[in-house]
Design a binder for this molecule. Structure first.
Ligand code: C5P
Length: 235
């Protein structure tokens, strides 16, 4: 009789539940079972029951990352963050503008919710930044915003894996560096341009990874998640 394969999820890997409905997201969670411990719920599901989904997953013992990317006047960001801090959640994103990050840190208060600043969206290249009035290139803007995130007292940043090494060199060990744009070897890059493998991202200093389609669109999502966890286990 063959022995069952040991299941080892890696809580540092947040699987992005970018699916059209809560029903489909719950079916995916069911398929993934104990192969995945951490989920990111983003803009596609948040307006249609994503927050409640996150609370149900939390009750099942999962880690939850709400990817709201808040960006508003300070008072509103503070109150919105306070609303989320009253729920059970682990991570929340805001845009990495100094006033927005400071307000999120205030709204989070003493709760265990960790705040991440989205440094520069990976879809913005130099020309796109110029078009919106920034003279910095993406790399120096990222580093400026990392300094501002540290000053604001938030817990970490979201960045491309290609910037993780420079960020890690500039921040304390406990500061979170969360990287999307992660593709296991041989996986389809999709619309992600600046990508790295899970091992390379961790080696560069990422503390957590966000991986969506390489798991959720895989023929066997559970096997894909376990393969990623196995690759991560060496780092
Ligand atoms: O499917 P894929 O692995 O590309 O999903 C990556 C996830 O990370 C998506 O939910 C996307 O919104 C998010 N993300 C990103 N790039 C950023 C910030 C967030 O891909 N700069």
């Amino acid at each position: 009789m063959s022995r069952p394969i040991p299941i080892k999820s890696d809580p540092r890997c947040f699987v992005a539940l970018d699916l059209p409905s809560v029903t489909e997201a719950e079916a995916m969670v069911e398929i993934l079972g104990d192969a995945v411990q951490s989920y990111k719920i983003g803009l596609q599901l948040l307006p249609i029951g994503g927050v409640e989904l996150g609370q149900r997953l939390k009750a099942m013992g999962k880690n939850i990352f709400y990817d709201f990317k808040f960006h508003d006047i300070g008072a509103t960001v503070e109150k919105a963050t306070r609303s989320l801090a009253g729920l059970k959640a682990d991570l929340l994103t805001v845009h990495a503008r100094p006033d927005v990050m400071r307000s999120a840190a205030l709204g989070r208060g003493n709760s265990s919710l960790k705040i991440l600043g989205v440094t520069v969206l990976t879809s913005l290249d130099r020309q796109a930044l110029r078009d919106i009035g920034y003279n910095d290139n993406a790399e120096s803007l990222v580093m400026r915003r990392v300094e501002q995130a540290l000053d604001a007292g938030i817990d970490g940043v979201v960045s491309s894996p290609l910037e993780a090494a420079a960020i890690r060199a500039a921040v304390p060990d406990h500061f979170l560096v969360v990287t999307p744009g992660v593709r296991p070897k041989g996986a389809d890059a999709g619309d992600q341009k600046r990508i790295a493998t899970p091992a390379d991202a961790l080696q560069s200093g990422a503390s957590h990874l966000v991986i969506g389609r390489p798991v959720t669109q895989a023929e066997d999502p559970r096997a894909a998640a376990l393969a990623i966890a196995k690759e991560m286990s060496g780092y």
